[in-house]
Design a protein around this ligand. Structure first.
Ligand code: ZN
Ligand code: ZN
Ligand code: FE
Length: 758
């Protein structure tokens, strides 16, 4: 019996080879009909024998192309029309409801062509197809068609046009399709931006081999590249970038090479090689080949990525491991526009390997780690953004403005949350501009105008000020650590209450104090504070964060007064400390903070590491590094005391500080202290959760906040809680650090709207 179906498909179904796939499947099943792209997805009609149609509908979901994400297939029976041939129709208009694919690493087929001397794309640096290549970073507007991408300036040659029009070709409607005849070309510029004659790729490689620093244009911006085995080149890069200790990522040509430098588990290899190609933090091999020490000084891990563009593959051939760090000066955003590249990177880059395919939007590399049995994103950007996360549908569109550091924002449409790429630290003018611009683009791209704006409570965050300047929308201000908690709950679609162990560097409390070592009880709609760390004094405010010895000083005075200060570890106290302490005790320029990150700073400083630091979280990273040192004897964990104050548990660290000082005096050193301290925090988490479970019956625990980037802490705490029968919830798709804040803010707003609280 002949039947006909009208079918609507939604999800990531454009620019991913979906229509040729539909065409091939229809032809295979001997069906007539047509398929059409429109702004809300893909429509198609099929007609044929009933069982062939049913088979088609099953395979439509199950055999979809690699980059497609089929979210919804609606099929309804309609009257047959005697159709025996199948056609691909021109794109139509209609209401916009479609999704944009992230940029994807080169596929196996394209890589094979790149390496095949007989292929017309042999060694062509811009080879791509419907299964791979740039998307998000070249799309100017929707629907996704070549004239609305930065590829519009390259008219297709006859060969490329034939591929583009052939429904059975891998490049059918591949918008970035190109070849050496018609597509983008590489160029090599000297430090002053003058184009150099000759083979651009070879010139760049020669310069890198000679120890120079070359800016290489990538997918979402420029990288700065140098020889990762040459100490002098890496040091030069540090000096020129004003980046002293923060680790650099490296690019290695293949998994075998990665294994020479790092310990790689199967799951980590999978993450590295996935088409999203994040930077993966791997453990350094102590017995293998070594990179220059300056690549990631005093860090137990190193960020590694595999090549993800054809250009990267060509660049890595016959080359040492390469440092690949974002092309910027210190905290500025990554450079992505050709017109500014030479000026912005002047004094840093000795040359530029660039090309004429424009990058429409900035998009940094993503960073992931495999920890506690799952891949976890520490920075969700290239390869992931703007693929939506799910969120509870609350009937209104929300713009969540995010935090101040590691900013991302989040726009919701029904049950989809479009979390932006990594924007960066908003205290920088260029970053703030791209923040505002991208918010505009997202609204246009996803056809959403927000009715509710969510933001942090911190009055000085520029994201808060941005939210306050939006006058037409209802505004909701979300407490920082509540947003962290909600980010985990929303990721796991948990609606009930949980215990939130929210540990981070800092966040604004409703009492105006700096919070950051918080035990909350709550769901997405609300929370109460169940416990917090005893406040630490931060003498000198932000200077105390760069100079953790100041925090240690104040903690010593609090824990044991002048007696304890008299036995302060050697070299801790800097000249003028008495005056600083006096001012601190009088509250002059000395905020108080319950931050767990700051306690890590204080302990690290006492242990003689990270007494002054130059990137956020450095002291904690260096303390974690100590855990990989062999400890010659076993010591019991330090202990926190949990006191009761006005119905609140206060976590008292004073005894712990005294014990650290005693260990230093006994010559036990940083490795012992790091171990005892980390174990103490794990034990603390367990104690507090047991205590709250006894009081409230709650058995779910959510861990979030930047401190949970500490892998030892995360894995040990999760395991200890699970062993005690708790259900442990961790961030996975969304960073536990402030990069996940916007998603959490959106979840809080959605929950409050559903409860009628807004
Ligand atoms: Zn491909
Ligand atoms: Zn061509
Ligand atoms: Fe935070």
């Amino acid at each position: 019996m002949r039947v006909r179906y009208a079918v609507e498909v939604k999800g990531i179904v454009q620019g991913v080879g979906f229509r040729p796939f539909v065409y091939g499947l229809a032809v295979h099943n001997q069906l007539g009909g047509w398929v059409l792209n429109h702004a809300a997805g893909v429509s198609l009609e099929i007609e044929g024998e009933a069982e062939d149609c049913e088979d088609f509908l099953i395979r439509l979901r199950e055999d979809a192309p690699a980059l497609a994400v089929v979210e919804e297939v609606q099929a309804r029976r309609i009257a047959p029309q005697e159709a025996y041939s199948f056609a691909i129709r021109e794109s139509g208009g209609g209401a916009r409801d479609t999704l944009v694919s992230p940029d994807m690493g080169i596929c196996e087929d394209c890589l094979a062509e790149l390496r095949d001397p007989q292929n017309r794309r042999f060694r062509y640096a811009f080879t791509n197809c419907t299964n791979c290549g740039p998307r998000f970073t070249i799309i100017e507007s929707l629907p996704y068609d070549r004239p609305r991408t930065t590829m519009r300036v390259f008219p297709l040659c006859a060969d490329c046009a034939r591929e583009y029009q052939d429904p059975l070709d891998r490049r059918f409607h591949a918008q970035p399709n190109a070849c050496p005849v018609c597509g983008p070309q590489l160029r090599f510029l000297d430090a002053a931006g003058r184009e150099q004659p000759g083979d651009a790729l070879e010139a760049a490689k020669q310069a890198i081999r000679a120890g120079e620093i070359i800016a290489v244009k990538g997918i979402g911006g420029y990288h700065l590249v140098c020889d990762a085995t040459a100490e002098s080149a890496v040091t030069l890069l540090r000096n020129r970038k004003y980046r002293w200790d923060k680790p650099f990522a490296v690019m290695l040509p293949d998994l075998d090479t990665v294994r020479q430098y790092c310990l790689v588990e199967e799951a980590e290899a999978e993450l590295l090689a996935s088409q999203r190609r994040p930077i993966v933090l791997l453990r350094k091999r102590l017995d293998g080949s070594a990179l220059a020490g300056e690549v990631a000084p005093r860090n137990p891990r190193i960020g590694v990525m595999l090549p993800y563009t054809p250009l990267h593959y060509l660049l890595c051939e016959q080359m040492p491991p390469l440092v690949m760090t974002s092309g910027n000066v210190s905290d500025e955003p990554i450079v992505y526009e050709d017109t500014c590249a030479v000026t912005a990177l002047s004094g840093i880059a000795d040359g530029f390997l660039t090309h004429n395919r424009a990058i429409f939007r900035r998009c940094d590399d993503s960073v992931a780690v495999y920890a506690a049995h799952a891949p976890r994103l520490l920075r969700r950007s290239r390869g992931y953004a703007p693929q939506p996360l799910t969120i509870l549908d609350c009937g209104r569109n929300i713009l969540a403005c995010g935090g101040e550091q590691k900013n991302t924002f989040c726009l919701t449409r029904r049950d989809k949350a479009f979390l932006s790429q990594h924007i960066g630290d908003l205290d920088n003018q260029a970053t703030l501009e791209s923040y505002q611009r991208e918010i505009g683009y997202f609204q246009e791209m996803f056809a959403v105008s927000p009715q509710v704006v969510a933001c942090d409570m911190h009055p000085e965050y520029l994201s808060t000020q941005y939210a306050r300047s939006c006058r037409d929308e209802a505004r909701i201000e979300v407490q920082h650590h509540h947003a962290h908690l909600a980010s985990v709950l929303a990721e796991h679609a948990v609606t009930g209450e949980a215990i939130g162990l929210i540990f981070d560097g800092t966040g604004y409390g409703p009492d105006g104090m700096l919070w950051g070592g918080e035990v909350l009880i709550g769901d997405c709609a609300g929370f109460r504070r169940a416990a917090h760390l005893r406040p630490l004094l931060l003498p000198g405010g932000s200077r105390a964060i760069r100079e953790p010895w100041r925090i240690a000083l104040a903690a010593l005075a609090d824990a044991g007064g002048m007696d304890l200060l008299a036995s302060a570890p050697d070299g801790l106290l800097r000249p003028g400390w008495q005056i600083l302490l006096q001012a601190a005790q009088q509250g002059i320029n000395t905020p108080r903070s319950t931050s767990m990150g700051r306690l890590f700073d204080a302990v690290a400083a006492l242990a003689g590491i990270g007494r002054t630091v130059n990137y956020e979280g450095q002291a904690a990273v260096e303390l974690e590094q100590e855990l990989s040192m062999p400890a010659h004897a076993a010591y019991a964990p330090y202990t926190f005391r949990i006191a009761q104050e006005d119905g609140m548990h206060v976590i008292d660290w004073r005894q712990l500080i005294c014990a650290v000082v005693a260990d230093m005096a006994a010559g036990r050193g940083a490795a012992v202290i790091a171990r005892r301290f980390h174990q103490a925090v794990v034990a603390l988490c367990l104690d507090i959760c047991r205590c709250i479970r006894a009081e409230s019956g709650l058995t779910q625990v959510a861990l979030s906040g930047g401190c949970w980037q500490n892998i030892y802490l995360l894995e040990q705490t999760a395991a200890a809680l699970q062993a005690e029968g708790f259900r442990v919830l961790l961030n996975q798709a969304v960073p536990a650090n402030d990069g996940g804040l916007a998603y959490g803010q959106a979840a809080v707003a959605a929950a409050k709207i559903r409860k009628g609280m807004i």
